[in-house]
Design a protein around this ligand. Structure first.
Ligand SMILES: NC(=O)c1ccc[n+]([C@@H]2O[C@H](COP(=O)([O-])OP(=O)(O)OC[C@H]3O[C@@H](n4cnc5c(N)ncnc54)[C@H](OP(=O)(O)O)[C@@H]3O)[C@@H](O)[C@H]2O)c1
Length: 296
């Protein structure tokens, strides 16, 4: 059994991005620019935003974070997004999720220009992804693809079972892996799936993104399968100073010996997401600049 750590994969991506960013800045005199919008003071969201800011600093990207109280109006956010869409120096726009209930997240995400949608959530980007066209691909699924490439996990002709159908993980990773080039046969499961164990046990590659701690046990898994565990869940742990620990959706301890390869939590897929956001911001900057040059 091989543990698929995210860190070496993310590190390789950062090294490539460092070189690519330096070349981009040299040839355009323009650093890629990421604008982040953070609403409220949720500690997890604040910590994700601070990781994104640090990654921008490491690569030499310009960035700005717009912070708002929980009570901010939708109009105010939409008006800021429209300014950022029109601002030629801004290459990428990210609205940190989740948003408070009074805000219509779908409407807000759809207001971001598809060219600056570095989270890849805009319907235009999702549609292009489904069609197999070039698009900005959401960061967690893209991170999974980079891990599969790095660890040379063959997907062609393999049966991939994806558990979870969220817009940010389950749907896009399923839609990516059946495209030409990846060539997997994909089954998608969700909370209404009957006989989940029977289906997951058929998977050559099992991708789980459900947010249910340790739900996937050895009887869900075929001998020799590869498992990608996207779940990040807090469970109580009196033995830890902070009172909890992080676990995946897969019961790693009991499942790992049945697999040929498995991602750990923490330390697996989660490590990839910010690296892929940086990748998307640089690609968005390059694309916009090339198009501007073509138009000029
Ligand atoms: N960077 C990262 O590593 C990263 C990024 C995003 C998410 N995550 C983690 O990944 C997990 C999933 O996140 P998400 O945003 O995709 O979740 P989500 O929007 O809550 O969606 C969960 C999906 O799992 C399905 N599901 C829930 N319980 C199930 C069960 N018992 N059996 C089968 N399917 C079940 C749901 O089915 P229905 O559609 O029928 O309700 C839904 O499609 C979370 O732990 C989250 O923290 C990690």
């Amino acid at each position: 059994m091989k543990t698929l750590w995210g860190k070496p994969v993310a590190e390789e991506i950062y090294l490539r991005l460092e070189e690519e960013t330096a070349r981009y800045i040299q040839s355009t005199n323009h650093a890629p620019y990421l604008a982040v919008i953070l609403v409220g003071s949720d500690p997890a969201s604040s910590s994700y935003v601070s990781m994104k800011e640090k990654a921008c600093d490491r690569l030499g990207f310009d960035h700005a974070t717009y912070r708002f109280d929980e009570s901010v109006s939708e109009e105010k956010l939409l008006s800021l997004l429209s300014k950022l869409n029109d601002d030629p120096k801004v290459d990428g726009i990210l609205v940190q999720l989740p948003l408070p209930d009074h805000l219509d997240a779908a409407k807000i995400l759809e207001t971001i220009s598809p060219l600056k949608d570095v989270d890849g959530f805009h319907p235009v980007n999702v549609g292009n992804l489904l069609l197999g066209n070039p698009s900005l691909v959401s960061c967690t699924p893209l991170g999974i693809l980079k891990m599969l490439e790095y660890y040379e996990i063959e997907t062609a002709g393999k049966h991939v079972v994806v558990v979870g159908r969220s817009n940010i993980v389950g749907k896009p990773i399923a839609a990516l892996l059946f495209q030409k080039g990846w060539d997997a046969t994909v089954t998608i499961c969700h909370s209404k799936t009957r006989n989940l164990r029977g289906i997951t046990s058929l998977a050559d590659i099992l991708i789980v993104a459900i947010g249910q701690p340790l739900l996937i046990t050895p009887d869900h898994v075929k001998e020799g399968a590869v498992i990608i565990d996207v779940g990040i869940n807090r469970i109580e742990d009196a033995g830890r100073a902070r009172g909890y620990r992080l676990v995946g959706d897969v019961d790693f301890e009991h499942v790992a010996s049945k697999t040929t390869a498995i991602t750990p939590v923490p330390g697996g897929v989660g490590v990839m997401t910010v690296a892929m956001l940086m990748n998307n911001t640089l690609q968005a900057a390059k694309k916009r600049r090339n198009e501007a040059e073509i138009l000029a």
